[in-house]
Design a protein around this ligand. Structure first.
Ligand SMILES: [Zn+2]
Length: 244
């Protein structure tokens, strides 16, 4: 695994890995949990899951000839089971790193490739992914609840309870960081590109929102998650859920 790239071969990934690929010419990454058997559980926007305002991340489940259960999801759920080929489409395969040191985290060029948070065990990770495949993961929102949050949750059980401002994932934080530190071109860094005077600020804002260092994260059992997500929908304006 390279220092600045987490690109891996298919033979290198194991069940329970958090994997991702880049879509739309590196404009954004799509994340999922590899559950073994050439299958990936991932969370994505779908027309009947609610939010249609950010169609850039819309997924079109393709008809898969290899696996009859590829593209499986529960009605109204944005959590899909796909084969690795359909998940990757034409993209490369990357492995998301857990438990990195803050120095490594800050050295990464892009947000959404690693975290200082520690992953739970393989069985726990897969249990969460399969449970959410059955129960759903709430509504898709690129800043509050996206494919990276889904994978982060499966790996760590951590959810951010604050509903304001920064999204909890690196990808959303990157978008925010890029906007805050001005040049929009940071969204799609060129190979030489990101070493600008704003890069430090960009990295710090990213670090500050890493799930591993935030103080407002809570560990939520997957069995309690459906209740939690319903709460968050119902009590958007109510601060009292923070203490619950
Ligand atoms: Zn497939």
């Amino acid at each position: 695994m390279g220092f600045l790239s987490n690109k891996v071969q298919r033979t290198e990934i194991k069940a329970g890995y958090h994997i991702y690929t880049y879509r739309a010419l590196f404009a954004y990454s799509h994340h999922g949990i590899f559950v073994g058997g050439n299958k990936v559980v991932h969370f994505t926007h779908h027309p009947d899951t609610g939010n249609t305002s950010l169609d850039v991340t819309a997924e079109t489940p393709t008809s898969c000839r290899t696996y009859p259960d590829c593209g499986f999801r529960q009605p109204k759920s944005g959590v899909f089971l796909s084969c690795l080929d359909c998940f990757l489409q034409t993209g490369d395969l990357y492995s998301f790193e857990y438990g990195v040191t803050p120095a490594v985290f800050l050295a990464k060029v892009r947000g959404g490739t690693c975290t200082t948070a520690i992953s739970d065990g393989v069985d726990t990770v897969i249990h969460r992914a399969m449970r959410l495949l059955q129960n759903g993961f709430g509504k898709y929102d690129v800043f509050q609840n996206n494919c990276e949050d889904f994978a982060l949750y499966c790996k760590t059980g951590l959810l951010i309870v604050d509903k304001v401002g920064c999204g909890r994932s690196g990808q959303a934080a990157s978008v925010l960081g890029a906007l805050v530190s001005s040049p929009l071109k940071l969204l799609i860094p060129s190979p030489a590109g990101i070493a600008t005077v704003t890069a430090g600020m960009y990295c710090m804002s990213r670090y500050a929102s890493d799930i591993g260092v935030r103080s407002d994260v809570v560990k939520v059992r997957v069995e309690d998650l459906a209740v939690k997500l319903r709460w968050m929908d119902d009590l958007k304006e109510d601060e009292s859920f923070k203490s619950g």
